[in-house]
Design a protein around this ligand. Structure first.
Ligand SMILES: Cc1ncc(COP(=O)(O)O)c(C=O)c1O
Length: 493
């Protein structure tokens, strides 16, 4: 007998339910459960650890015989749903986690219903992706005719961008011949740049050593003069500088490089300008002074950013835009006989996204972006981005005004880094340990989820807000709880 209780003759062996009515009931009830979950997120714990008993149940071999869907759904509701990361909660501030949104949830259901393969061909989903790319092109001020593609995130967008940068500066011949000859390629990014850039160069075979870390100033922004000097040094040594990366919204502190200054140096030395705007690019929709972080972004040869962070779209969906579609295609286009295009039929619909990236099979990521932007509009989404910046600034003010706390760097965009110092007398090592304990305690008690980093070598509590449910009052609550936990751990309360 099959999962649906019917005989497994070939004729009956479709995976569709034997009883669509029963399936409908299960599905409707589950949708209600999911909506209930989302509606009550603010009242839940920010994070609930996965109990050992659940971990144990989530092991073992794949089942031979299936079981009724109701049982699978019940397991999901009992074991999995309550143990989400917590990034829908208003006080989830860790790493750079987006919240998702209700419209995006529905879009995921619709995309799964269509089960589109967006590598190519002529069907509705690819036109949605084109519209989303076109929206992004307009928002970020790229020229008409610029191209782009949705990706799993900024990490994969970066790999595509830097691969195309190399083709743009060395030539598409390297796709066949590889990089055996020629001078060593060199790329540049600030010392604060994200490890995704390093990883891309590692995968490309350029090597992490050839991503030069450019020193930063007191605002954690790349120093353009140092970049120029480093390029000149590499040229003098016979190497081939090919790409400079500017970051808008650095991962540690949400600082921003002066993109125009980096663009000028790229123009001077014929370098590809890549902008890592993973979350910070969306400051483009915010009020000033935050919007100004994105000045010059429109001069980039490529721009990588996510919708799943600051556009609050469900994971996963990132994007990369290219100024020059010809270079973009030169880096990735490949159409063997079995993928031949036609001007009619399903194999029409040129251009195909498989010619713009790595993946031939690609899901319908665009739909959740399309639902989100259509439903909320860029005006409202921009207001939310500004709100998050205001909240980070508020937390910085609260920290500055609290003798138990120390602001570790001025709040940039949506990130505030600080530490608990208490009444003084603890050395840096002791403060590092104490602050790490505070972070873990507030996470484990389910009150809030900050993450951590190091600023100038010292442990910092890091609050990054890409959360449409966060309120200014959450900043006050969070400050109060950190101070309270710090005092308890210090034995002062
Ligand atoms: C500045 C920056 N670049 C790149 C990334 C990597 O993005 P993703 O997690 O979408 O791969 C991040 C992630 O936080 C980031 O903050």
């Amino acid at each position: 007998m099959s999962h649906s209780g019917k005989k497994t003759t070939e004729a009956d062996r479709s995976l569709d339910p034997a009883d669509w009515g029963a399936f409908r009931q299960t599905a409707h009830a589950l949708l209600d459960d999911c909506i209930d979950y989302m509606e009550t997120l603010p009242d839940r714990r920010a994070w609930t650890p996965v109990p050992d008993a659940v971990k144990a149940r989530l092991t073992g071999p794949a089942p031979g015989p299936g079981r009724p869907l109701d049982g699978v759904v019940a397991d999901f509701k009992e074991m999995i749903l309550p143990h989400a990361t917590g990034n829908g909660h208003p006080r989830f501030f860790g790493w750079v986690h987006g919240t998702g949104n209700p419209a995006g949830m529905l879009a995921e259901l619709c995309a799964a219903t269509m089960n589109s393969n967006c590598g190519g061909r002529d069907h509705g989903a690819v036109y949605v992706e084109r519209q989303v790319i076109e929206w992004a092109r307009g928002i970020f001020g790229f020229p008409e005719g610029a191209s782009g593609i949705l990706t799993g995130g900024t990490s994969s967008a970066t790999l595509l961008a830097l691969s195309a940068a190399r083709v743009g500066k060395v030539g598409a011949g390297l796709r066949k011949a590889g990089m055996e000859q020629g001078p060593q390629l060199v790329a540049y990014a600030s010392a604060e740049a994200h490890s995704a850039n390093t990883k891309a160069l590692e995968i490309m075979g350029v090597g992490a050593n050839w991503l030069r870390p450019v020193p930063v100033d007191a605002n954690h922004a790349l120093v353009p003069e140092r970049l120029r000097a480093m390029v000149q040094e590499d040229l003098a040594a016979g190497r081939q500088p090919f790409c400079a990366i500017a970051t808008v919204g650095t991962v540690n502190t949400a600082g921003g490089d002066d993109v125009n200054a980096v663009a000028d140096i790229c123009a001077e030395f014929d370098l590809w300008l890549h902008v890592d705007g993973a979350f910070g690019a969306w400051a483009r929709l915010a009020d000033d002074p935050w919007r100004a972080y994105t000045n010059g972004i429109e001069r980039a040869d490529s721009l990588a950013f996510d919708f799943h962070k600051w556009m609050y779209v469900q994971y996963d969906v990132g994007c990369v835009l290219f100024r020059d579609e010809a270079v973009h295609r030169a880096a990735f286009a490949a159409r063997p006989d079995y993928l031949a295009a036609t001007t009619r039929g399903v194999s029409g619909g040129e251009p195909w996204y498989c010619d713009y990236g790595l993946d031939l099979s690609r899901g319908f990521r665009a739909l959740k972006v399309w639902f989100t932007i259509n439903h909320y509009g860029t005006d409202e989404l921009g207001r939310k981005v500004s709100d998050n910046c205001r909240q980070a600034a508020r937390l910085a003010d609260l920290v500055t005004g609290d003798p138990d706390l120390e602001l570790m760097t001025p709040a940039g965009l949506n990130i505030c880094c600080f530490r608990y110092v208490g009444q003084g007398g603890l050395d840096d090592a002791a403060l590092d340990a104490l602050n790490a304990a505070i972070v873990l305690q507030v996470q484990e008690e389910g009150f809030a989820v900050p993450s951590s980093t190091r600023i100038g070598g010292r442990y910092a509590i890091r609050v990054a807000i890409t959360n449409h449910r966060t309120r200014l009052s959450d900043m006050d609550l969070f400050r109060d709880r950190v101070v309270q936990v710090g005092r308890e751990l210090e034995g002062r309360s």
